[in-house]
Design a protein around this ligand. Structure first.
Ligand code: NAI
Length: 300
């Protein structure tokens, strides 16, 4: 069972929304917490609300490899080796793929996918080396399973984060490090205001911000789940070493429908040349994958 007290946590996107909820929950469990974010004003405001606790703020753009490594150094110099990592920072862009520019791709992929990659490439070797075990939670979304026509780039990044997290889980389990993917539905957060943190260097081809649409999203997000509720459900799942963290139970039926629709696309084709040999190979692979899933679940 994962013990939280005394561990150091690093939470990206920690100045707002889910990240700030995670920081509060971790502090309440006796962790030391580094909140890392691109918004310096929000970091300062968050620190005030977390006054007198074992917390430090680190300015970072998660899309920057060098910047991430420097932020990790600063956090570990202040709070000791990180053994709980939350790759949570993310932005959204509500438009279809065919309406999008390369700048749109570079921004959303840079934060939502490369930000998580940078977190893992920075911290996974350090966590392994420190030998303290621990846990990594990557924030994806229900949009890592469910797609609409928009937001296409967001869907792309979140599907990738889910796949990356699952593969990482099997490779880190032998080192006592768990990996989970957090898949929330609607959250009471500021994600609708993502345009505020879009870098100017990736804004030349940006569509003009639709103020009315942003206002509609702001209204909708008022009914999102409270970050503190998501954080409590996340820590509970980490203790149980569950891979998928689904804080919103209302998505279960839709997911079942989608899985049924996926299976309905299979056909019983006649056996082609090489079928038996392939099935023999797949049997070995399948058994080894099943063992990896079991071993990851059994991590102490
Ligand atoms: P939020 O906007 O309240 O918090 C995200 C934080 O990430 C902000 O403080 C922002 O300044 C920071 N950030 C943005 N770009 C950054 C960068 N390049 N480097 C460092 N920090 C950066 O939004 P929320 O909802 O708390 O988002 C957290 C995660 O949850 C994201 O990955 C998002 O995709 C995911 N999510 C959100 C949902 C929602 O309904 N709000 C639903 C499902 C998933």
């Amino acid at each position: 069972m994962l013990e939280f007290a005394g561990r150091t946590a690093f939470v990206t996107g920690g100045a707002n929304g889910i990240g700030l909820g995670l920081a509060r929950a971790l502090l309440a469990q006796g962790c030391k917490v580094a909140i890392a974010d691109i918004r310096e004003d929000a970091l300062a405001a968050a620190l005030k609300t977390l006054d007198n606790q074992a917390v430090t703020a680190v300015h970072v753009d998660v899309a920057s490899r060098a910047g991430f490594a420097q932020a990790a150094d600063r956090a570990e110099a202040a709070l000791g080796p990180v053994s709980l990592l939350f790759n949570n920072a993310g932005i959204n862009l509500f438009q279809t793929i065919y309406e999008s520019s390369y700048d749109d791709w570079d921004w959303v992929m840079g934060v939502n996918l490369h930000g998580v990659i940078n977190g893992i490439m920075t911290f996974a070797p350090r966590m392994k080396e420190a030998g303290l075990g621990g846990h990594i939670v990557n924030t994806a979304s229900m949009a890592s399973f469910l797609c609409g026509g928009a937001p296409g780039i967001y869907n792309t990044t979140k599907f990738a984060v889910r796949g990356m997290s699952e593969s990482l889980r099997y490779s880190l389990a032998p080192h006592g490090i768990g990996v989970s993917v957090l898949c929330p539905g609607l959250v009471k957060s500021h994600i609708y205001a993502s345009d505020e943190v879009r870098p100017t260097g990736l804004s030349a081809d940006a569509k003009p911000v639709d103020g009315a649409a942003v206002e509609r999203l702001a209204q909708l997000h008022q009914f999102g789940m409270e970050p503190d509720v998501i954080a409590a459900r996340t820590l509970e799942a980490m203790r149980e070493n569950r891979f998928h963290i689904f804080p919103h139970p209302e998505f279960r039926d839709e997911l079942a429908t989608v899985f049924e629709e996926i299976l309905a696309d299979f056909r019983d084709y006649p056996q082609d040349v090489g079928f038996d040999q392939r099935v023999g190979f797949e049997k070995m692979r399948r058994e080894s994958y099943a063992r990896a899933r079991q071993a990851a679940r059994e991590r102490a």
